[in-house]
Design a binder for this molecule. Structure first.
Ligand SMILES: Nc1ncnc2c1ncn2[C@@H]1O[C@H](COP(=O)(O)OP(=O)(O)O)[C@@H](O)[C@H]1O
Ligand SMILES: [Mg+2]
Length: 423
């Protein structure tokens, strides 16, 4: 039983059982899919969480309370735990735990991303610097400190530009400014969003960068010992031209040419190398225009929300299962993405108000091709649109013969939904 590895026989197959520490932040959509993948793999899970949670309470000795931001102490705790309960991997299910996962994996001698690379991926300004230094096409940028005067800043940037927080996600606080006279208001709005996300309300720096027009794609991949294993390229067929950048539809396979897709893959691999990332999932966003392929960002985590449910590999393997297999060094089966086209719509929140109900769900589900609809905000809760909002109303999934049919199914089903609010 070296290294906490047990051998057991499930369905006549010899499988290897490993123990994995999952770092699960208090607010994440990803818990269920990772837990399910672990259970399917026969992997024992230890839950690392920041607060007491319903899940942690169920774990009976297989849970660790950890401050994800106190890397030193939390790494020590994990190492001490692993002395009695050897760990085969430390996996962050979402952005927040990626630094601690890298730090703990290093201390345990497991394959991991360098901590410094994860730090660069968590800070949009450092990420831009690294992309630029590597000669990648990436928007011109400058950071704007909290003390800087907005009117003065406005004279130093090109328009249109995008103002954004350094370390948020889901397009929260990302706002386009079209002209010099609008920049002070946009800057004030983004600064307020950033301050509201800090426990002490402190104002911190934000990023201002050139707006890059063009089509956008998202890339899902797994880094394995520095090699990029491309899992899927998603087209985003709804134009994202601002002023806010609400993501709606993701469809795979991409309708771009094979050559374009190869360039996107290569650009993503270069971007991962530029950051210094070597192992684990990555989620990248790129824009394509006549100037070439632009690196918008690359996160050292898998796709957010419930969007990974669009992906099935090999004989029905989930993205989370691939991530766990790689992290725990378990055998990696063939994992080409399934043949059908697939997609997700992140249900947009158009207006503010208290949610009463989402009507038309049964009708939406009946649309041919639609194979899932999950509303993730319970009735009674406040809906907050972007750029202030930080949650999706829900997720709708479709599968069909072609990407165009997937997109049409999602649009038709979405037209059946009515969001009823009061106030
Ligand atoms: N420089 C830019 N040019 C054009 N669009 C941008 C730019 N920066 C961000 N966007 C748009 O805003 C979205 C969210 O910005 P991003 O930097 O990816 O932040 P987040 O971490 O919140 O996803 C992007 O997917 C893109 O559509
Ligand atoms: Mg993004």
């Amino acid at each position: 039983m070296a290294g906490g590895i047990l051998l057991n026989s499930i369905r006549g197959q010899l499988t290897v059982m490993a123990r994995v520490l999952l770092l699960i932040p208090s607010r994440t959509y990803r818990t269920h899919d990772f837990m399910e993948a672990a259970s399917r793999l026969g992997v024992e899970v230890v839950v690392g969480s920041e607060h007491r949670s319903a899940l942690a309470a169920l774990m009976e000795g297989r849970q660790l309370r950890l401050d994800f931001h106190d890397l030193e102490r939390s790494t020590q705790r994990i190492v001490a735990f692993a002395r009695d309960h050897p760990l085969n991997a430390v996996v962050a299910v979402d952005d927040t735990g990626t630094l601690l996962a890298a730090s703990a994996a290093k201390a345990l001698g497991l394959a991991h991303n360098p901590v410094d690379a994860v730090e660069a991926a968590r800070d949009k300004a450092r990420m831009r610097q690294r992309f630029q230094a590597a000669g990648l096409l990436t928007p011109g940028f400058r950071t704007v400190e909290a003390r800087e005067d907005a009117a003065a800043v406005a004279t130093t940037v090109r328009f249109p530009c995008v103002v954004k927080p350094l370390d948020l996600s889901g397009s929260q606080g990302v706002v386009k400014a079209d002209a010099l006279d609008t920049l002070p208001d946009v800057l004030a709005r983004v600064r307020a969003i950033v301050a509201a996300c800090q426990p002490d309300g402190v104002r911190s720096a934000v990023l201002v960068e050139d707006f890059i027009a063009g089509e956008e794609v998202a890339v899902e991949a797994l880094l394995r010992g520095g090699e990029l294993d491309l899992l899927a390229i998603f087209d985003k067929p709804d134009p994202l031209n601002g002023p806010f950048f609400e993501e709606t539809i993701y469809v795979t396979p991409s309708r771009l040419t094979t050559e374009r897709q190869a360039e996107i893959r290569d650009t993503t691999a270069r971007a991962a190398r530029a950051l210094g990332l070597t192992d684990g999932p990555i989620h990248a966003e790129l824009r394509i225009n006549e100037g070439g392929i632009w690196m918008l960002e690359l996160a050292a985590r898998s796709i957010g929300g419930l969007c990974s449910r669009t992906l099935r590999f090999g004989s029905g393997i989930s993205l989370e299962e691939l991530i766990l297999r790689h992290a725990a060094d378990l055998p990696m089966p063939a994992h080409d993405r399934e043949r059908s086209a697939a997609g997700v719509m992140m249900l947009p929140i158009a207006t503010k108000g208290r949610l009463k109900a989402v009507a038309g769900q049964a009708e939406a589900r009946k649309v041919a091709g639609v194979d899932g609809l999950v509303i993730t905000i319970p009735p009674g809760e406040q809906l907050v649109p972007l750029p202030e909002g930080d949650r999706y109303l829900g997720f709708m999934f479709a599968r069909a013969e072609s990407p165009a049919a997937v997109e049409a199914a999602l649009r038709e089903a979405h037209a059946q939904l009515r969001i009823i609010t009061d106030g």
